[in-house]
Design a protein around this ligand. Structure first.
Ligand code: ADP
Ligand code: MG
Length: 238
C-alpha cells in the first residue's frame, strides 16, 4: 500500500525523521511505537502528506503527486479526536461527504451503519463535542475517519487521553472494527501494551529512526540493541 524511500523530515535544526525506508502492505496493521519525541507522529503524518518530507512516498505503487486528491482514501484520527467544536457530532462526521456532494439519503444510511459499528446512538450524534465524554469523542472521530470508506486508517495515539476503563473498551471495539473492515491500519502509540493488543507488526522508533521492526513478541525476545531491550523492560515494569 505504501513504500517510503529515504523519507526524511527536518524542522530547522531538528531532524524529526532521519532518511527512512519503510513498506506497508495492504491490509497490514502496523504499530508505530516509541518514546515521546521519537518521530512517530512525524512518520505517520508523512503517510497523509502533512509532514514536510523529502524523499519519496509511494501509495499503491505510485509516488504521490497530490495529497489532496488522495485524502478521501485516508482516514485520520488524532489523540483528542480533533473534532470541530462548533459542529455537532453528526455534522462533523458528515462534513466531507457533504463537500463531495453525497445525496442526503446516502449520508444518513452511511452514518447509521457507522454509528452501529462504533456503538453510538442517534441522540449522542446530536451533541457537540464538549457534550460528549472522551471515549465518545474518539468514537465520533473514528466514524468521521471511516465515513468515506477509506482504504487506510491512520491513528495517532487515539487511546492516550482516555481513562483506563474507557481505553480498554474502545481498544476492544477498535480491534474488532479493524478485523471486520480489513483496512490497512497504521497506529501510533507509546504503550507497548497497545502494540501487543492490536497485534500485527511493530516499528520501534528512537530519535527519528526506526530501530527495529517485527511482531512485538519478536522484539521482546530478540531486541536489536540495548535501547529496544530497555524500552521493552521499562514498559513491562509499569
Ligand atoms: P512523537 O510523535 O514520537 O512524540 P514527533 O514526531 O511529534 O514525536 O516529534 C519528533 C521531533 O520533531 C520532536 O523533537 C519534535 O519536537 C519535533 N517536531 C515535531 N513537529 C514539529 C514542528 N511542527 N515544528 C518543529 N518541530 C517539530
Ligand atoms: Mg506524537
Amino acid at each position: 500500500m505504501y513504500r517510503l524511500e529515504q523519507v526524511a523530515v527536518r524542522y530547522g535544526a531538528v531532524e524529526a525523521l532521519a532518511p527512512t525506508d519503510l513498506a506497508i502492505g495492504a491490509g497490514d496493521t502496523l504499530m508505530l511505537l516509541g518514546p515521546s519525541g521519537s518521530g512517530k507522529s512525524t512518520l505517520l503524518r508523512c503517510l497523509i502528506g502533512l509532514s514536510p518530507y523529502t524523499g519519496t512516498v509511494s501509495f499503491r505503487g505510485e509516488p504521490v503527486p497530490d495529497w489532496r486528491a488522495l485524502r478521501p482514501q485516508l482516514g485520520y484520527v488524532i489523540q483528542n479526536g480533533g473534532l470541530f467544536p462548533h459542529l455537532t457530532a453528526r455534522a462533523n462526521v458528515a462534513l466531507m461527504a457533504r463537500e463531495l456532494g453525497w445525496e442526503k439519503d446516502r449520508i444518513v444510511a452511511r452514518m447509521r451503519e457507522l454509528a452501529a459499528l462504533v456503538a453510538l446512538d442517534a441522540d449522542q450524534l446530536e451533541r457537540f463535542p464538549r457534550e460528549l465524554s472522551g471515549g465518545q469523542r474518539q468514537r465520533v472521530a473514528i466514524m468521521r475517519a471511516l465515513m468515506l470508506d477509506p482504504e487506510v486508517l491512520l491513528l495517532d495515539e487515539p487511546l492516550s487521553a482516555l481513562d483506563p476503563v474507557t481505553r480498554v473498551r474502545l481498544a476492544s471495539d477498535m480491534r474488532e472494527i479493524v478485523a471486520k473492515l480489513g483496512k490497512t491500519v497504521v497506529m501510533v502509540t507509546h504503550a507497548l501494551g497497545e502494540a501487543r493488543f492490536f497485534g500485527g507488526e511493530t516499528v520501534l522508533m528512537r530519535d527519528g529512526r526506526i530501530v527495529q521492526r517485527g511482531p512485538i513478541d519478536d522484539l521482546a525476545a530478540n531486541p536489536a540493541d540495548d535501547f529496544v531491550a530497555e524500552f521493552i523492560a521499562a514498559e513491562e515494569a509499569l
